[in-house]
Design a protein around this ligand. Structure first.
Ligand SMILES: [Mn+2]
Length: 284
């Protein structure tokens, strides 16, 4: 396993073997179209995580009371999507074999596809909770089958239309919109049906993918494709008890699409770090 990063997420320590949860950075951003920069996200989040406390007053838990291991970043000698996805699959497979739960930090949203592929090979009942501003349901994008804008479509082809649950989606191309309607894919404009969905997933293995552009650009401007009308930090925090209620079922999760350079104040990176702290603690 070759991973690399000189900075670690606040409150992480210990070693791989003893860890309750592992952080893995996936600094890959090639297929983004409008603008780039999410390859800088894992280390930016780590750096800015130093400004937050390890203790969560919301959950009354502290990161330092658990063994959380920050494994660094996957290195991509070849940026070609096909090669990069194989590499991500290899690491995911290894983590699964070692029985470890991972919080993957992207990178662009395409990284979710090889990860979900490996979990689906292991857990045939896998359900995916997908937070995003955009539907990501295009058949092709710019001639590419594999792109940040086609991820959800490829996931649906793999796990089936009834096994994905989308929240915060407020931007569609007409064909994506019709595809979602026609296939009766669960797609919530906000998050009002989150509790209802979680109750349905009590007996399944669940993977969570969080595209940070689900948040409103007024509180989270550091993304490639900002989309007005999103959720806020306090909205997301209210979902944590539900996530926690099925924590045994959650196989792993990812956080993608932060572009630190589009928010030079650092606020978006700090916001992402706080979301990560809360998500990790909700699973432990
Ligand atoms: Mn996305």
């Amino acid at each position: 396993m070759k991973l690399k990063s000189n900075i670690k997420f606040v409150g992480t320590s210990g070693n791989f073997k003893k860890s309750d949860l592992i952080i893995c950075g996936i600094p890959y951003d090639i297929t983004s179209t409008f603008r780039h920069g999410s390859q800088k996200a894992p280390d930016s989040i780590r750096k800015y995580s130093d400004s937050i406390e390890t203790f969560s007053p919301i959950q009354e838990k502290d990161l330092i009371d658990y063994n959380i291991f920050d494994s660094g970043n996957i290195i991509f000698p070849s940026k070609i999507p096909k090669h990069a996805m194989k590499k991500i699959e290899k690491y995911t497979y290894d983590f699964i074999n070692r029985n470890k739960r991972i919080l993957y930090i992207g990178g662009e949203h395409l990284i979710t596809l090889p990860i979900v592929k490996k979990y689906y090979e292991k857990y045939k009942d896998l359900k995916v909770i997908y937070f995003d501003a955009h539907a990501d349901m295009r058949m092709h994008y710019d001639g590419n089958k594999f792109s940040h804008a086609t991820v959800a479509r490829r996931i649906v082809e793999m796990i089936g239309a009834k096994n994905i649950f989308m929240f915060g989606i407020r931007s569609f191309e007409k064909e994506e919109y019709n595809f979602i309607k026609k296939n009766k894919i669960f797609c919530d404009y906000g998050h009002s049906k989150f509790k209802f969905v979680i109750e349905k997933l009590k007996d399944s293995h669940v993977y969570i993918s969080l595209d940070l552009d689900v948040f409103d650009p007024s509180c989270f401007p550091g993304v490639g494709n900002p989309e007005a009308g999103g959720i806020f930090f306090n909205d997301f925090i209210k979902l944590l008890p539900y996530i926690s209620s099925i924590k045994q079922n959650i196989v792993s999760l990812d956080i993608v699409e932060l572009m630190p350079d589009y928010d030079l104040s650092g606020n978006s990176s700090i916001f992402a770090a706080k979301i990560i702290r809360e998500l990790i603690l909700s699973l432990l």
